[in-house]
Design a protein around this ligand. Structure first.
Ligand code: PXP
Length: 248
């Protein structure tokens, strides 16, 4: 049975739209854990468009499940990871102009550079996972890098028309089997939704699914009526004193 890593980046996206303090991904992560999250995943992007350094540091101190830090394979991000020491680092490709992580990491194209980075992080006690496409070359390169984990990019499966989903699912299954033969442990994620998650969750050998956007979207859907109800109460029967008094 797969476990669930909840990616909370888009809570921070909403906060950053106003550069204010709410919603706070740090406090809401605890609610995700109450809901059953087995891990909390955040992507500290180089442009800091959603998650901030402060979030990662506070999450490290407050998350009771496992903090998975997604990051680009750069020296600056490696320094952050070595300082914060999350339960796992997932190395992802990153392009500033992309809306989200569009493809897997080109592990095959990075050779020794990647090997060094994986070794430094893992010898500091931080397991490394490589976010890669379900492709034999990338799996071999991941195994050669010394990383103990991979995360299979499920985007092609998620974006495929219904008729093509079985083919994409079979590609994921084959990749998962190959990775396990190479001694890698396997997570998966990206683009999974309430409609398409089950066949991936049922795949033998996949240990954790990292899911973000659809859960945050669903939280708005199931929470909006109550949020409006609370505001309506304040607007229709307000008290006259300020909530926090006048001090002194
Ligand atoms: N896994 C990785 C490596 C990602 O980069 C992302 C997106 O940040 C996810 C999983 C979650 O994807 P989604 O938000 O589409 O569920």
């Amino acid at each position: 049975m797969a476990s669930l890593g909840v990616n909370i980046d888009h809570l921070a996206t909403v906060r950053q739209a106003r550069r204010t303090v709410e919603p706070d991904p740090v406090t809401l992560a605890l609610l995700a854990e109450l809901g059953g999250a087995d891990g909390i995943t955040v992507h500290l992007r180089e442009d800091r468009r959603h998650i901030q350094d402060r979030d990662v540091e506070l999450l490290r101190a407050t998350v009771r499940s496992r903090l998975n830090l997604e990051m680009a394979a750069t020296d600056a991000m490696e320094a952050v990871a070595l300082r914060v020491r999350p339960a796992m680092v997932t190395l992802v490709p990153e392009r500033r102009e992309e809306v989200t992580t569009e493809g897997g990491l080109d592990a095959a194209g990075q050779g020794n550079v990647l090997q060094g980075r994986v070794q430094r992080l893992q010898s500091a006690g931080i397991p490394v996972s490589l976010f890669i496409d379900p492709d034999g070359r990338q799996i071999d390169a991941a195994a050669a890098s010394g990383s103990r984990w991979i995360e299979l990019h499920t985007g092609r499966y998620a974006d495929a028309p219904w008729a093509d989903q079985p083919t994409e699912l079979a590609r994921l299954e084959k990749a998962c089997d190959l990775a396990r033969q190479r001694g890698l442990r396997v997570n998966a994620g990206h683009g999974l939704t309430y409609q398409n998650v089950e066949p991936v969750a049922a795949m033998a050998g996949v240990e954790e699914l990292n899911i973000g956007h659809t859960i945050i979207a669903r939280a708005l859907a199931v929470g909006l009526t109550e949020a409006v109800r609370e505001m309506k109460r304040l607007v229709t029967s307000p008290r006259r004193e300020p909530l926090f008094g006048l001090g002194g």
